[in-house]
Design a protein around this ligand. Structure first.
Ligand SMILES: Cc1cc2nc3c(=O)[nH]c(=O)nc-3n(C[C@H](O)[C@H](O)[C@H](O)COP(=O)(O)OP(=O)(O)OC[C@H]3O[C@@H](n4cnc5c(N)ncnc54)[C@H](O)[C@@H]3O)c2cc1C
Length: 441
């Protein structure tokens, strides 16, 4: 057995980890209590098998690519970082990227990940045409919107619980360059931030960074980053059409003591960050796609900043109508505690495609907290606000929500469970997350 955790390093649990080398071996690896794992970037317990974890990053081959259509067939363990580095210089990028590029295609489908363009362009699953799935029953099936469509919409966003994704066919976006024309807007409080996000609905990419320790009149003050793919004629003389990656340079070499992060260090960092960002507000700047989409990827192992006990990310989405009041209430409580992360992120989302896809039309807020003190009780209180407003929590970030919170947030759950049962009547596919939230006990 091996000690396994997600990116938040909480919980840490025993699971047997297998690294199959062939699709046949994947089939043999599936026993009761197995789930697939991609690159381990889900924060909590989603990618940990209740008994066995099937590591898929060894399946990293591209099967075919058509430059005329951008259509690509690839194995599930291919990382988006490799896809970008290989196909970016040829003028193709994934339509949707999350806040780190170190995720696998299988993990991106299973969480139906959203990017800064979800409000206008939807999630990762929208650009997936078909999936080769190994079910818990031992069948290998091709699923798509037309063929086995129930299984398709349960697998997109299904957190690995319908089976192991072996391969996928998806579309890439054609781009002229690997640069982004960025505009920064500074917003003095939450109302201004929400107005700015609303007013920039037509921007391809938009995201707000919130200073979650700001209080009083400054509550919710934010920097909003809008982005468009830059054309060749917008690049500075001498810029390559495709920029070099921001390979992790700086590394966090040890687990920092948990007192390193306290209300004073966070307040000081946020103040500096906000002021520096506000200075760039106004005009357009052309920036590399790497810092625009993946700012944290340049710091290796940044999850160690939170110390050995790990950290929790709380990511909720609140339907548009009630969002202002609930977000204000959450931020007020968070700013009074003073120990939430440097980076709190606010984004607008649109409709999700899969039965368990996280997005719904409204606002999503993501906050990091070190695991200490009364944090679990505090987050339970926040959950009650989210549920009362008709919102939900993101499974890919979750390590602790209750079954009641989960069931209230996902109305298509019973349909999902019926499809899962038909694909895996013996219930072989089980993760720590499914034990906590889905499976009969
Ligand atoms: C810094 C950071 C920023 C992030 N930003 C965002 C963001 O902006 N938007 C967003 O949506 N998410 C975001 N995430 C979360 C991340 O994109 C998802 O958790 C994604 O699923 C991780 O992919 P992975 O390959 O690491 O999968 P893992 O973490 O290994 O697994 C995630 C889930 O996918 C399943 N899975 C993985 N591979 C397969 C497979 N081959 N077959 C079936 N199921 C599989 C697992 O069982 C598990 O349920 C972020 C994470 C980090 C660390």
């Amino acid at each position: 057995m091996t000690l396994v955790s997600g990116w938040g390093r909480f919980p840490v649990v025993d699971s047997e980890v297998l690294r199959p080398r062939s699709f046949e071996a994947v089939g043999e690896a599936v026993v009761t209590g197995s789930v697939a794992r991609g690159n381990g970037r889900a924060y909590g317990d989603a990618a940990i098998g209740s008994a066995r974890t099937i590591a898929m990053t060894g399946f990293d081959r591209v099967r075919s690519f058509d430059p005329a259509t951008g259509c690509i067939r690839l194995e599930a363990g291919v990382l988006l970082s490799d896809l970008i580095a290989t196909f970016g210089p040829r003028g193709f990028l994934p339509f949707v990227v999350p806040g780190t590029r170190f995720v696998s295609v299988g993990g991106a489908i299973a969480a139906d990940v959203h990017g800064k363009n979800h409000h206008g362009e939807g999630g990762f699953g929208r650009y997936v045409d078909s999936i080769l799935l190994r079910t818990g029953q031992g069948k290998t099936i091709e699923i798509s919107r037309e063929q086995n469509s129930d299984a398709f919409f349960a697998t997109v966003g299904g957190m690995g619980l319908t089976g192991v994704i072996l391969e996928a066919t998806m579309r890439l976006r054609s781009v002229e360059t690997g640069w982004i024309r960025e505009r920064v807007i500074s917003a003095s409080d939450l109302d201004a931030a929400m107005r700015a996000l609303e007013a920039s609905c037509s921007a391809t990419y938009s995201v707000a960074w919130i200073d979650c320790v700001a209080r009083g009149r400054d509550l919710g003050r934010s920097l909003i980053y809008l982005g468009e793919h830059a054309r060749i004629d917008e690049l500075a003389d001498g810029d390559d059409r495709f920029p070099a990656g921001n390979n992790p340079g700086l590394a966090v070499p040890i687990d920092l003591p948990s007192m390193t992060l306290n209300r004073y260090s966070i307040r000081a960092f946020n103040e500096l960050y906000y002021r520096m960002g506000a200075r760039r507000a106004g005009g357009d700047h052309v920036v590399s796609l790497y810092p625009y989409f993946f700012p944290l990827d340049s710091i290796k192992d940044w999850n160690r900043i939170y110390g050995r006990r790990g950290f929790l990310q709380h990511q909720c989405v609140i339907p548009e109508a009630g969002a202002r009041d609930v977000l204000g209430d959450i931020l007020d409580r968070v700013s009074k505690r003073g120990d939430a992360s440097f980076l709190a992120v606010l984004k607008k989302l649109g409709h999700g495609d899969g039965l368990l896809s996280f997005p719904l039309p409204g606002y999503t807020l993501a906050l990091d907290f070190p695991v200490k003190g009364d944090i679990l009780n505090f987050l339970d209180e926040i959950d009650r606000l989210v549920v009362a407003a008709g919102g939900r929590l993101y499974l890919a970030k979750d390590a602790r929500q209750s079954r009641a919170t989960f069931e209230a947030g996902y109305p298509a759950l019973s349909r999902f469970n019926a499809i899962r049962k038909s694909l895996d009547p013996a219930g072989n596919i089980r993760s720590k997350l499914s034990q906590r939230l889905f499976d009969e006990v």
